[in-house]
Design a binder for this molecule. Structure first.
Ligand SMILES: NC(=O)c1ccc[n+]([C@@H]2O[C@H](COP(=O)([O-])OP(=O)(O)OC[C@H]3O[C@@H](n4cnc5c(N)ncnc54)[C@H](OP(=O)(O)O)[C@@H]3O)[C@@H](O)[C@H]2O)c1
Length: 334
């Protein structure tokens, strides 16, 4: 196998610090050491992939590099008895696609601990419609529900609602009986958001408070936030007594400026969501939910399927500009 050449998206840094993307050839022997060699059938685009593919060194330190934090495929070789050659598997998170050659390639080689058996109830393709974004949305919903927020307590706000995490959070919460208010910068996508489960669609500008007040009129029983910055700060201030805010992403900022008053006067809880290092027990539970009770009715409505690695270039830029919708998956090989 070691000499076999395969196709991959390769991002390289030029002498003048620009980053260029080509579809090139790699060899199996170029892949990092690992117990499991996987033939990738599908991958998907996440925000972090767009950053890595644009040369963001907070995500990827060294180039040339193949991004792709998600991969679903078939085991070709395995050094551990619990993972059989020929089995269908999913890899998301850990270091895949960050500083380990990722899923935008025909093959990956990873440690056995990163490998999850394809959950019963999902195809390889469906597992990548979920991917890291869906896993993160499900983890956020799981933690929000576990914190005690019930459907009869009031509406749940989802920010960045047309994005990958946002779309799947809207759909899961609606399916679980919650009244979902979707906040978006794309008013033209209101019909899409209603189709996947939002009861109301509002403009993100409406929840971008500039008053400086420490507390706002209570509006939300819970929040799934994907954009952070002042939107998250506003959401915390407008969460009702005893409510919970799940913080997933940093699209607008890595900063959070707040006071302690929502926490000590309203008993608001702020939950951190991490999909990357999520422990295996919880990881398997979340995948089982995505494959079972939370399997989305509108998987196709949120999906754009790219035919091959060549189609990634344009879509990666669109995602970085916040101009895409839902989930992009890429079919790799026949
Ligand atoms: N914690 C974790 O483990 C984890 C896992 C996955 C992702 N994430 C993070 O979660 C975030 C979302 O990821 P994703 O894959 O869903 O990304 P995505 O598909 O690109 O969605 C991001 C969405 O944010 C909104 N947005 C973009 N620019 C904005 C702006 N300037 N102001 C306000 N809203 C803006 C857009 O939705 P609207 O147009 O509808 O507003 C966009 O679709 C990212 O920061 C990502 O790194 C974290």
């Amino acid at each position: 196998m070691e000499n076999i050449r395969f196709k991959a998206l390769i991002v390289s840094e030029t002498d003048d610090q620009r980053f260029v993307r080509v579809i090139g050839a790699k060899r199996i022997e170029d892949l990092p050491a690992g117990e499991v060699l996987i033939r990738v059938h599908y991958s998907s685009i996440n925000y972090k992939d767009a950053l890595s593919a644009a040369g963001n060194k907070g995500v990827t330190r060294r180039y040339p590099h193949t991004p792709g934090i998600d991969a679903a495929g078939t085991v070709v070789e395995s050094a551990v008895a619990s993972i059989e050659a020929g089995s269908s598997v999913v890899v998301t998170g850990h270091d895949l696609g960050m500083n380990t050659s990722g899923g935008f390639a025909e093959y990956i080689r990873v440690p056995a601990a990163w490998v999850v058996p394809l959950p019963e109830g999902l195809t390889l393709r469906e597992s990548m419609i979920c991917g890291t974004a869906g896993f993160t949305a499900a983890l956020a919903c799981h933690k929000l529900i576990a914190s005690g927020v019930a459907p009869d307590q009031g509406p749940i706000l989802v920010t960045g609602a047309t994005g990958g995490v946002g779309s799947i959070a809207v759909a899961i919460l609606a399916k679980s009986g919650y009244r979902v208010i979707a906040a978006t910068t794309k008013p033209q996508e209101a019909d899409y958001l209603r189709l996947i489960g939002a009861q109301e669609v509002i403009a993100t500008a409406e929840i971008d408070d500039q008053s400086g007040r420490p507390l706002l009129k209570p509006r939300w029983a819970g929040v799934v936030d994907t954009v952070s910055g002042n939107i998250l700060s506003t959401a915390i201030k407008a969460t009702q007594y005893g409510g919970t805010v799940a913080c997933c992403g940093n699209v607008t900022s890595g900063e959070l400026h707040t006071s302690i008053y929502p926490f000590i006067l309203n008993g608001v809880s702020l939950l951190g969501i991490d999909s990357v290092n999520c422990l295996i027990g919880l990881r398997l539970d979340i995948w089982a939910k995505l494959a079972g009770p939370w399997k989305l009715a509108h998987l196709e409505a949120i999906t754009t399927e790219l035919a091959g690695l060549e189609a990634l270039d344009e879509r990666l830029d669109l995602l970085l500009q916040g101009r895409h919708r839902g989930r992009d998956i890429v079919r790799i090989g026949s």
